[in-house]
Design a protein around this ligand. Structure first.
Ligand code: AMP
Length: 284
């Protein structure tokens, strides 16, 4: 396994891989890898001849008051895990490689980027779509892997690839959870022991919503009201948003006709956690 820091070095290697007619699978990450990331990597390994994982904590997707500085970084451990999974290359650029002086160009997916998390993190998805476009242009993969954990991100990337005729197939991998149901996230390390216990309330609220839908309660207002009550039983929890939206345009729906995306962002202490599930009308 190679760790490559320079864009030109990676381009030369990718050229060779392409000449050998090998397919390339790509997993973009910000590092601090956990089982969730590894699931994406394992799927990429299964489906491709050559696997590239990028590790880059992308400054343009963090707001000025967000955790860019304290975001966990651990290349040694990440490299150990990637080697174990049979990754061929870790692309590990520094900020100057990705954003040299004079950088001016951004990619923005309108509308979708301003809803859900976008309402509270202005500029976040513009940062994501810009860096993913750059990484796609550098790595030139056949397939790229994203997690359902960041459902809005996956929907936006799919839209972008379609709109800009980017010849890459996007694969979305189910959410990997801890034993108690908490969705794995690099940010879970911020939680103290009490908060870690309380954090499971996000998963429990998704389960409650699923149960309600199964029982025939399809009015989203009713579902949201109930799960807000449940989350408020934890003292450390502060809801940023809970929405049930259309899976394509991400706009709120009033009733689950067929399917709806239940998405939420909840602060547990000072840590912002996100989670989501797809609600399906059993009678549709
Ligand atoms: P990140 O390093 O947080 O930018 O995540 C890199 C990729 O891993 C994204 O596509 C995430 O959606 C995905 N990912 C993160 N956590 C999980 C998880 N618990 N289950 C599945 N995919 C995940």
């Amino acid at each position: 396994m190679k760790i490559i820091r320079k864009i030109n070095t990676l381009r030369r290697l990718i050229k060779k891989v392409k000449q050998d007619k090998k397919t390339i699978g790509f997993v973009p990450t910000m590092g601090a890898l956990h089982e969730g990331h590894l699931k994406l990597i394992q799927q990429a390994r299964k489906e491709n001849d050559f696997v590239v994982v990028s590790i880059f904590v992308n400054p343009t997707q963090f707001g000025p008051k967000e955790d860019f500085k304290k975001y966990p970084r651990n290349l040694k451990q990440d490299a150990f895990l990637c080697r174990k999974e049979g990754v061929d290359v870790i692309f590990y650029p520094d900020i100057k490689q990705m954003y040299p002086e004079g950088f001016k160009t951004y990619v923005k997916v309108n509308d979708l980027s301003n809803l859900l998390c976008g309402r509270f993190r202005p500029g976040h998805f513009r940062g994501v779509t810009t860096v993913v476009t750059k990484l796609f242009n550098i790595v030139n993969p056949d397939l790229a892997y994203f997690g359902q954990k960041d459902a809005q991100q996956a929907i936006i990337i799919k839209r972008m690839v379609l709109d800009l005729n980017i010849p890459i197939k996007i694969k979305v991998i189910p959410i990997v959870r801890d034993k108690d149901g908490l969705a794995l996230s690099s940010r879970n390390v911020y939680l103290n022991p009490q908060e870690r216990k309380d954090a499971v309330i996000l998963y429990q609220s998704l389960r409650l919503a699923k149960k309600m839908v199964k029982a025939g309660i399809l009015e989203t207002k009713k579902i949201i009201k109930k799960i807000k009550q449940l989350i408020h039983t934890k003292k450390t929890a502060r809801i940023q948003y809970i929405s049930i939206v259309d899976l394509e345009n991400l706009k709120p729906i009033s009733r689950i006709k067929d399917k709806g995306l239940l998405a939420m962002a909840v602060y547990i202490g000072d840590t912002r956690l996100i989670d989501n599930t797809i609600l399906k009308n059993p009678k549709a």
